[in-house]
Design a protein around this ligand. Structure first.
Ligand SMILES: [Zn+2]
Length: 261
């Protein structure tokens, strides 16, 4: 089997449509727009072999119809998310085998919170995680449909993956998220270091992603709610009286919702 490769296609203001390829065959994750995908396939002489959807929001699914008009391919998506275009509903614990990509296996994780039927796709052989709007560089998705407890549990599933897992998020939000991370943890030197690194990448118009899980665990306040310093600070700031990881997580998420950097 050829080693699979990943790349990215920019869409809208800050979306990334991630690609998985083996030879000429390509599977795309969350095509919010068809046009940039069709252009990319043409430029790179690739054929579309499938579509993976993490959740139903239009900036992640809006390009599916346009792609299906040109390619007849399977569309994978969360069974609980009820996306009309999905032909292969999947749920946590399922393994997808992508024959077009040399039998590449993908594990499905149920990660409700941002939406109730949100799923993430993990490629164990490469340690790649395609997580849509669950996790961002130094941040996490807004809780539109689930509860803070559901979002927290979903993030714990990600935290349990190997530390060198590469995290492919749906949006380029890392720098503004780091501003918030620094407000949560002003004393954390890893955040400052990541700001410098990310600024250097953005100045060259490069993505700050994928990140590694280790990097997120060191800088992402939503994966650090179990840290004594974070729990203490949320209580000290009067944002919660509940000095537990879930209490701190809920307080951090609520703070971020109206944080102006
Ligand atoms: Zn979304």
């Amino acid at each position: 089997m050829q080693t699979p490769q990943t790349s990215f296609i920019r869409a809208f203001k800050d979306n990334y449509i991630w690609t998985l390829s083996s030879g000429p065959q390509t599977v795309v994750v969350d095509p919010g727009d068809a046009k940039p995908v069709l252009n990319w396939l043409k430029q790179n002489k690739r054929k579309l072999a499938g579509i993976l959807l993490t959740h139903k929001h239009n900036d992640h699914t809006g390009g599916v119809a346009g792609l299906l008009a040109k390619f007849s391919v399977p569309v994978y998506g969360g069974a609980n998310e009820r996306i009309d275009s999905v032909t292969q509903p999947v749920a946590g614990g399922d393994t997808i085998t992508l024959d077009a990509l040399g039998g590449l296996e993908i594990s499905v994780l149920d990660v409700p919170g941002h939406t109730l039927g949100h799923v993430a796709y993990y490629v164990p052989s490469q340690k790649w995680l395609f997580c849509g709007d669950l996790l961002f560089g130094a941040g996490c998705g807004r809780i539109f449909e689930g509860t803070a407890a559901q979002m927290y549990d979903s993030l714990q599933k990600i935290a349990a993956l190997p530390d060198d897992t590469l995290i492919f998020c749906g949006h380029e939000y890392t720098l503004p998220n780091l501003k918030f991370a620094a407000a949560v943890e002003p004393e954390n030197p890893a955040i400052e270091a990541r700001v410098k690194e990310s600024l250097a990448k953005r100045q060259k118009y490069l993505p700050t992603l994928p990140s590694t899980l280790a990097e997120e665990k060191a800088t992402n306040p939503f994966l650090r709610a179990d840290q004594e310093t974070v729990m203490e600070r949320m209580v000290a700031l009067g944002r919660t009286a509940d000095k537990t990881p879930l209490g701190a997580f809920t307080a951090v998420r609520t703070w971020k919702d109206d944080f102006v950097g």
